[in-house]
Design a protein around this ligand. Sequence first.
Ligand code: SAH
Ligand code: SF4
Ligand code: F3S
Length: 449
Amino acid sequence: MKKTFYLETFGCQMNVVDSEQIVDLLCGIGYSQVDSAEKADLVLLNTCSVREKAERKVYGHLGRFKPIKDQRPDLMIGVGGCVAQQEGERMLEKVPYLDLVFGTHNIHRLPELVQQAEEKRQRGSVTEFLDRETRLNLFPQRSVRDAVTRFVTVMQGCDNFCSYCIVPYVRGREISRSSAEIVTEIEGLVAQGVREVTLLGQNVNSYGLKEQEISFARLLHRVNAVEGLKRLRFATSHPKDMTAELIDCFGQLDKLCKHIHLPVQSGSERILQLMNRGYTSADYLKKVTRLKTVCPEIRLTTDIIVGFPQETEEDFQATLDVVAEVGYADAFTFLYSPRTGTAAAKMPDDQSMVLRQQRFERLLELQNSNSEKVWQADLGKTLAVLVEGESKQGAGQLFGRTTWNRIVNFPGEKNLLGQIVPVKIVKVFRNSNLGELTTDACGQERDAS
Ligand code: SAH
Ligand code: SF4
Ligand code: F3S
């Protein structure tokens, strides 16, 4: 009988890409994927350690698998991703029923670990960081599986060491792929039916700087020229590396979507400095103004941390001011979580949890009302939607996204997959819009096919 695995993925898009690679590797050694741990011979968690809550969740989830393993001692359990990278061998000690641990640079060694666990019942952990050359040769290559949209990793790792952040410690230093290889991969994806790519990296704006490659802006120009590609996005951007050349791309490139995720983290100069972000809020706002000038339709989203050590009411008010001024379409807001080993974890901090929580609620209230305004503006409009697949809403329903990355569900036939179609927005919900196909012109992107 065929062996089976169950995989759960947490964290950011990097982990999503890594999980796609995990699926391919396991299929390569005769496994097939199932949708529950109960049915699996191998259970894997691809984990995130960006905040303490995410890390705690891993142990919670592992606990869920224990009774299954008690009943079926042959079940193999493994942990990969950022918690695995951080904890390494220690995880095997902490969790006696865990069989394998693989770090963020060692996904390619998973088949070896699994076979070891299968044949010799041997527990194993690999978490060493690889050198540049080896990593460059191991960039994730994954099968397409009928996708309309795809992530393409252009760089990995982070050299920024924002004082609160664990990512540089669990992902290693920045490396970028060659632009020629990236373009060739995208041409290959398009030939297989992909219509939109999101160029991915912890900090795409510093793409190629170490390698003396072309700038990220030039790379966007090159990708924009790939025939048959309809849309282009990128994530995540660091404001300090957002050059004028890159900003101008939003006014020049027809395939580049009119959305940018530009994490601000805080509006206070003092806190931004303590965070080691490398920009002031004035710099940030200048770049936002320029983005809106070259592309008046652009919408921004952001990340914000509330309750960083020593944040005063004045600092917090500065964050609210930036949020009000930019008018973000959405914001991912986080309560500061101290991470062992980071600079911020050692900073004196006497704010009460109650105060942090209150500020968090105030920010949320402001952002919710901003988001509501931005989204309601779409009601009744006809927007260009790239059709990505069948919707979970039911039979005969499709889903796609607007240029602003907002999901739209609408009734339609499957033959529209991969096309950009005009959809009239008839209802606006918290996380998506409901629409209907129309023949009205939408004055935005036009489908060339
Ligand atoms: N590379 C991306 C962010 C990766 S982490 C970037 O620089 O934009 C995603 C978000 O998690 C960050 O933007 C930050 O807002 C949040 N975050 C990271 N570390 C955190 C911590 N210790 N506590 C709370 N939020 C944190
Ligand atoms: Fe973390 Fe800062 Fe790097 Fe983003 S840029 S991953 S927040 S250290
Ligand atoms: Fe989490 Fe690792 Fe991404 S810590 S946010 S999964 S890089």
